[in-house]
Design a protein. Structure first.
Length: 131
């Protein structure tokens, strides 16, 4: 069970969820994009890989925070601060989570400076647990 999600050439908004589309759909229904910003995960253990990038026209920072199991998880977030002038910000994270009950997964974007050319790629695998 696996799925991928993408967005490109976007303008992410401060304190808003990152919108995404389906790259590859999970045909089993365990990993479902339920609206343009939220993924529903069935109970299980998941391996999640995501990266986010944006372009800034001035010095800025980008913070991305995942949310699942009813709370934000900054420990799996991205924080990137740029230097002066036009620059890009990029971050990539991989982690494994346990989902004891159905949960919503999303990513919140934060930056006080407008950005352009935002991209997101994410791959989620549901892992099999041997008993």
């Amino acid at each position: 069970m696996f799925a991928s999600f993408i967005n490109f050439a976007a303008q992410f908004q401060n304190a808003a969820l990152i919108p995404m589309g389906v790259g590859v759909a999970d045909t089993t229904g365990n990993i479902v994009l339920t609206d343009p910003t939220r993924i529903t995960l069935a109970p299980g253990i998941y391996s999640i890989f995501y990266d986010v990038s944006v372009l800034f026209s001035e010095s800025a920072f980008m913070q991305v925070t995942p949310y699942y199991n009813g709370s934000p998880h900054i420990e799996y977030g991205i924080y990137f601060m740029t230097g002066a002038g036009r620059s890009s910000a990029f971050g990539s994270v991989s982690f494994i989570i346990e989902v004891p009950a159905q949960t919503v997964f999303n990513l919140t974007y934060n930056s006080p400076v407008s950005s352009t050319e935002g991209t997101l790629t994410m791959t989620i695998f549901k892992l099999r647990r041997d008993t």
